[in-house]
Design a protein around this ligand. Structure first.
Ligand code: EPU
Length: 433
C-alpha cells in the first residue's frame, strides 16, 4: 500500500486548480446507462472511484473511451448501445457504495436488474432503504436474497409522488434517474438540494429529460420514453475545493488561490474560515485564502445538508481547529460514526474529546508534531494531510488508497504550492474495507 510522507511547517503559496466533482462524475457515468447514444463527460477527475465504476459499467455493455481534454482534464465517452447484462456483482459494488446507484438506470432501461447490496461503511451503517422505497413507489417489484436486490418492472416504471422522510443525496439521485424514464409525472418532496443533484438533473435535461425544481426540495419529473446522448462538463468539486482552502490556511503566512472553482458552493465554509481569522477573496471562479502570522480562532461547526456545512469537510475543518486558540465544538449530524480521524489527530498531539456520538470538543494546542497515522476513509485522509502540513517534523499517512478514491493528483497540487510531500510506493495488497 502506498503511503504519503510530508514534512510540515512550510507555508503554502501558489495556485491550485480544482478538478471535476467525484460525487457528480460517478452519478453522471451511471446516468449514461439511460440512453443508447454516446454521452461525453468532460472535466472528469482521474480517480480510483471513476475507474472502478467504469469497470462495472463495462460489464453492462458500456464502451468507454478516455482521452485527454484540451484543458488537461480527462474526457470520458460512455456508450451503451445495448445493456448486455443487468447484473452488478458484490465484488465490485462493495468497493464503492455509490455503484449501487446503477440499479435505477438498469431497471428503467431494461425492466430488470440484479445488484448487490453495498454493505456497511466505516462512517456509518448507510442503509439503502430510501432508494428501494422510492423505486417501489415508481412501480418496481423488489426482492432481496443472498445479499442481492432483484428488481423488476417489466412494463416500465410509473410516475409517483415520493416524499423522502429525511434528506438523502443518493436516494434522490437514484430515484431521479429512474423517474426520468418512467411513464407519467413524478413529484419528489424533501429532495436533496446538493449541487451534484443539480448537475445530474441538468445533464439529464440535456439528454432530453424533463426535470424542474432541481436544487430545491420539490422536484417534478415528466417521464419521457427515451433519452439521447449529450456532452456534459462535470461540476467543480466543492469538497476538493474546500479541502485545499483549508490546507491553504493550515500554516501561518500561506496564500493559496483556488482556480476553476465556484466559490458559492463553499460559502458556509468560507464564512467559517473568515470567522476563524482567514482573509478570503473571491471572484466568479477563484478563491484566494490568506493566513496571517497569528493563531486562528476556534469556531464551532455543525454538519448539515446543503447549503449547510458539508459533512465531507468536517474532518478537514477539525484539523484546522486543532491549532486554533480556544475550544471549538464540531457536531456531526449526517453520519453516526464520522469521527474516526479523532484518534489519528491525537497521535499528532491534538486535544480532542468525543463527547457523545455526534459531538467533539477540540481544544486548540500550540503545536502538532509529525507522526505515523492511518487514513480511515477518504475525507479523514485529507484531514490528516492538512494536520501534517501544519505539524512540526514528518507525518506519514498510511492507507492512502482512500485518498486516491477522491483526490486527483493531491501530491502534485500541494507540492506546486511548496509543500514538502511525497508518495512512498508500496506493493502490499489493498486491505478490504
Ligand atoms: N440513509 C438512510 N437510508 C438511505 C439512504 C441514506 O438511512 O436509504 C442515511 C445515511 O446512512 C446517512 C444519511 O441518510 O446517515 C445521509 O446519507 P445520503 O444518502 O445523503 O448520503 P450518500 O448519498 O450515501 C453522499 C456522498 C457522501 C456524502 C453524503 C452527504 C456520494 C457518492 N457520496 O452519500 O460523500 O457524505 O452524500 O452529503 O455522493 C465522500 O465523498 O467521502 C462521501 C462520503
Amino acid at each position: 500500500m502506498d503511503r504519503i510522507a510530508l514534512e510540515g511547517g512550510v507555508p503554502l503559496k501558489g495556485d491550485i486548480p480544482v478538478s471535476g466533482a467525484k460525487n457528480s462524475a460517478i452519478k453522471l457515468m451511471a446516468a449514461s446507462l439511460l440512453t443508447s447514444e454516446p454521452v461525453r463527460l468532460t472535466n472528469m477527475p482521474r480517480l480510483a472511484d471513476t475507474r472502478l465504476l467504469g469497470r462495472l459499467l463495462q460489464r453492462f455493455g458500456t464502451q468507454i473511451t478516455e482521452t485527454n481534454g484540451p484543458d488537461g482534464h480527462q474526457e470520458t465517452l460512455l456508450h451503451t448501445p445495448e445493456i448486455t447484462s443487468a447484473f452488478a456483482p458484490y465484488d465490485l459494488v462493495r468497493q464503492m457504495r455509490a455503484s449501487f446507484n446503477v440499479l435505477g438506470p438498469l431497471l428503467a432501461r431494461t425492466g430488470h436488474a440484479k445488484v448487490s447490496l453495498p454493505g456497511g461503511c466505516t462512517i456509518g451503517a448507510r442503509p439503502v432503504d430510501l432508494h428501494l422505497k422510492a423505486l417501489e413507489a415508481l412501480g418496481a417489484h423488489i426482492d432481496m436474497h443472498e445479499g442481492y436486490v432483484f428488481a423488476q418492472a417489466p412494463r416500465g416504471l410509473k410516475g409517483a409522488e415520493i416524499e423522502f422522510p429525511f434528506v438523502s443525496v443518493g436516494a434522490t439521485e437514484h430515484a431521479l434517474m429512474a423517474a426520468a424514464l418512467a411513464h407519467g409525472t413524478t413529484v419528489f418532496k424533501n429532495a436533496a438540494c446538493e449541487p451534484e443533484i443539480v448537475d445530474l438533473a441538468e445533464c439529464l435535461n440535456a439528454m432530453g429529460a424533463k426535470i424542474s425544481g432541481a436544487g430545491t426540495p420539490t422536484m417534478v419529473v415528466e417521464g419521457v420514453t427515451s433519452l439521447k446522448g449529450t456532452d456534459w462538463a462535470v461540476i467543480c468539486d466543492r469538497i476538493e475545493a474546500g479541502t485545499y482552502a483549508l490546507a491553504g490556511a493550515a500554516m501561518p503566512g500561506s496564500e493559496v488561490r483556488l482556480t476553476k472553482v465556484r466559490p458559492e458552493l463553499i460559502g458556509i465554509l468560507l464564512d467559517k474560515m473568515r470567522e476563524a481569522g482567514c482573509e478570503i477573496e473571491t471572484t466568479a471562479d477563484t478563491v484566494t485564502i490568506r493566513r496571517g502570522q497569528g493563531r486562528l480562532k476556534a469556531v464551532d461547526i455543525t454538519t448539515e445538508v446543503y447549503p449547510g456545512f458539508a459533512t465531507d469537510l468536517q474532518a478537514q475543518f477539525m484539523a484546522l481547529m486543532t491549532l486554533a486558540e480556544g475550544e471549538s465544538t464540531v457536531r456531526e449530524t449526517i453520519f453516526e460514526n464520522r469521527f474516526m480521524h479523532v484518534p489519528e489527530l491525537g497521535r499528532l498531539g491534538a486535544n480532542i474529546s468525543v463527547q457523545h456520538g455526534g459531538e467533539a470538543k477540540v481544544t486548540g494546542v500550540e503545536e502538532l508534531r509529525g507522526a505515523q497515522v492511518m487514513a480511515t476513509d477518504l475525507r479523514a485522509s485529507a484531514c490528516l494531510i492538512i494536520a501534517g502540513l501544519a505539524a512540526r517534523g514528518e507525518t506519514v499517512v498510511n492507507r492512502v488508497y482512500h485518498l486516491d478514491r477522491g483526490f486527483e493528483n493531491l501530491e502534485g497540487k500541494l507540492s506546486a504550492c511548496g509543500a514538502n510531500i511525497r508518495r512512498i510506493k508500496g506493493n502490499d495488497p489493498i486491505e478490504e474495507e
